[in-house]
Design a protein around this ligand. Sequence first.
Ligand SMILES: [Zn+2]
Length: 79
Amino acid sequence: MGIAACVVLLVLAALIVAQARALARCRFWCKSCGQLFALPWTKLLFRQHVNEEWRLTCPHCGHKGWCIARRNGKDEDTK
Ligand SMILES: [Zn+2]
């Protein structure tokens, strides 16, 4: 393990965190109860996903399964 390997690992970690933080600005739609919900980025690390569908646990009904991400945070997402 040289310095280059450490730098690569740091960059990868930063990318994973950046993706999770961007995702925390989205809302997720539960297919089971129909509620929209948001999750803190710490709960969005290392989640399985296919396109816009993410494998999450709904905080409203406790359903574990695929939830659709909606990027509609107009008031928060100004970038
Ligand atoms: Zn639900």
